[in-house]
Design a protein around this ligand. Structure first.
Ligand SMILES: [Zn+2]
Length: 271
């Protein structure tokens, strides 16, 4: 059986140019800006301001300083690629509201594509496994120059989801609808759990999609319709053949030209 995860190395996503050997910043926000500048220069991100805002929002929820002088600030923003990583080391240390109140000496900033839910948790798991080892942390902090730091970081092995296991946004919307319809009829104690599941999916999707989804749900009681035998099950009108075949296995969002609902292939339902 094919494993749903593929083995890869941090170096597949990291060039030496994405490493700042000695961060100038001493504050959290300045450090984040310094690393975002690097990603911007490397053309790995476009909208620095938006990403900074998202990262800060996430930090407000809970500091991403995970202890042992390491922080992992992150944001889920579509930047065109799958993953953008920048890593900065700080000699003086940065105030990061760390859980162990220690200053942060290594900042690993990650921006990842919202169409790849689960990517960050796998990346995080892989990094944490290495960062937990005192010997490995020691090597990072003791690196004398950028290439020593890069070489140590390059050893980090990651297990990331295979491309074909990437969940499409359309099927996430379908899943969200299933959960929210179930929630309406559910008992009080179950409603809370379903609400939490729905929130997790909502977090993965862009706001514009969610807004549209909510408007449709409010108006019709459902927002996502299956395409079955070439017809939209929301309105029973045939979908253009071209569109019907494009929807198959696609990660794009399609909308019924007649009723305006999001379209998914019927196989998504069985999943
Ligand atoms: Zn329709």
């Amino acid at each position: 059986m094919k494993s749903p995860l593929k083995s890869t190395y941090l170096s597949d996503y990291l060039k030496p140019a994405q490493i700042v050997f000695n961060l100038k910043a001493t504050s959290k926000i300045r450090a984040l800006e310094e690393l975002l500048d690097v990603l911007f220069k490397q053309k790995l991100i476009k909208n620095k301001k938006l990403i900074l805002t998202r990262i800060i929002d996430r930090e407000r929820l809970e500091s991403t300083a995970i202890g042992h002088h390491v922080a992992l600030p992150h944001a889920r923003v579509n930047t065109g690629g799958d993953l953008a990583i920048a890593i900065g080391k700080s000699e003086k240390g940065i105030e990061f509201d760390s859980i162990d109140n220690k200053k942060v000496h290594l900042v690993i900033l990650v921006v990842w594509n919202p169409t790849l839910p689960g990517l960050f948790s796998h990346l995080f798991a892989g990094l944490a496994q290495f960062l937990r080892k005192p010997g490995f942390r020691q090597r990072l902090f003791a690196a004398n120059n950028k290439s020593e730091l890069y070489n140590a970081l390059s050893e980090v092995e990651l297990l990331l989801p295979q491309e074909d296991k990437i969940i499409s946004r359309a099927s996430l919307l379908w899943k969200l609808q299933e959960i929210e319809i179930k929630k309406i009829k559910a008992k009080k104690e179950q409603r809370k759990k379903l609400g939490e599941q729905a929130d997790l999916i909502r977090e993965e999707l862009d706001q514009a999609l969610i807004d549209r989804y909510d408007r449709l749900m409010e108006r019709y009681g459902f927002a996502v319709a299956e395409v079955d035998m070439g017809a939209c099950q929301g309105c029973n009108i045939n979908v253009a053949t071209q569109m019907s075949s494009a929807i198959e296995g696609s990660n794009d969002i399609y909308i019924c030209e007649n009723c305006g609902k999001f379209l998914v292939t019927s196989k998504n339902k069985k999943k």
